[in-house]
Design a protein around this ligand. Structure first.
Ligand code: ADP
Ligand code: MG
Length: 243
């Protein structure tokens, strides 16, 4: 469904992504791990054009583009088919849970209001917050806010959902409910690319784990293989610290 070839992103002179190649199949659950500062967030942000890559090629279903020169129209098309879940939720503080979920449908997808709100109510049900549609983010727990963040990503029926450390900002008591929702999506075979330090989630849910370091993919494989028999010394060193 997705093929990324030779993705490069520089900040100043340094290549933060140094030639990333990645294929993602429909329904695949991929977890990306690696040390801090290694380019994991930048990879996700480039896939959604939150950052403009310096080079690379992207195929996403019928879309096919050179990412460095992609037109505004191509970028919008990619944004419509990819959804992003942020570490800090990034909800609109002045909108209710329902409005946060409906916002992308209204603005990006130009749905009529009644239809967007109907879908948002549906989603609220699925994320276990049917009674919180009128609540503002400040009145919700961290776990509830992130479930709204995930609900917003679910609303658009994106081809792929990109999760950037979705539980890293949460108090420990809220982590499990967010991981449970992600597991529910995984069980429905929602294609997802998840950056996380939750190794148990990776082990239980991922079809494939990718270990990145210094802007490159060092090693990848099914969790059973990568966690029990990592081949590269850098992977071994990282996992020793994490597991
Ligand atoms: P990770 O998510 O793996 O921790 P990031 O993708 O956030 O890593 O960052 C990779 C590197 O790129 C880091 O050295 C970071 O400081 C740098 N970086 C990220 N975003 C920017 C930016 N907008 N401007 C300059 N440097 C950045
Ligand atoms: Mg990051």
């Amino acid at each position: 469904m997705i093929r990324i070839t030779n993705l490069v992103k520089r900040f100043g002179g340094a290549a933060v992504l140094d030639g990333i190649d990645m294929d993602i199949a429909r329904g695949e659950i991929i977890v990306v791990i690696g040390p801090s500062g290694t380019g994991k967030s930048t990879l996700l942000r480039c896939l959604n054009f939150l950052e403009r890559p310096d080079a690379g090629h992207l195929v996403l279903n019928d879309l096919d583009m050179d990412v460095a020169t992609a037109s505004a129209r191509s970028i919008l098309a990619v944004r419509r088919r990819t959804a992003f879940v942020f570490q800090n939720y990034a909800l609109f503080a002045n909108k209710t849970a329902l409005e946060n979920i409906a916002e992308g449908l209204l603005v990006v997808h130009r749905w009529p209001r009644h239809k967007a709100h109907a879908r948002a109510r549906d989603i609220l049900e699925r994320i276990g917050l049917a009674d919180k549609g009128d609540a503002y983010p400040a009145s919700l727990s961290g776990g509830q806010q992130q479930r709204v963040g995930i609900g917003r990503a679910m609303a658009a029926r994106a081809d792929v959902i990109l999760f950037d450390e979705p539980t890293s900002s949460l108090d420990p008591e809220w982590v499990e409910e967010v991981l449970e929702l992600m597991k529910q999506l995984a069980a429905e075979r929602q294609t997802m690319l998840v950056v996380t330090h939750e190794m148990n989630f990776a082990r239980d849910v991922a079809d494939r784990v990718i270990f990145m370091e210094s802007g490159r993919i060092v090693e990848q494989g099914p969790p059973s293989q990568l966690f029990s028999a990592p081949q590269d010394p850098r992977t071994r060193a990282f996992l020793r610290k994490m597991l």
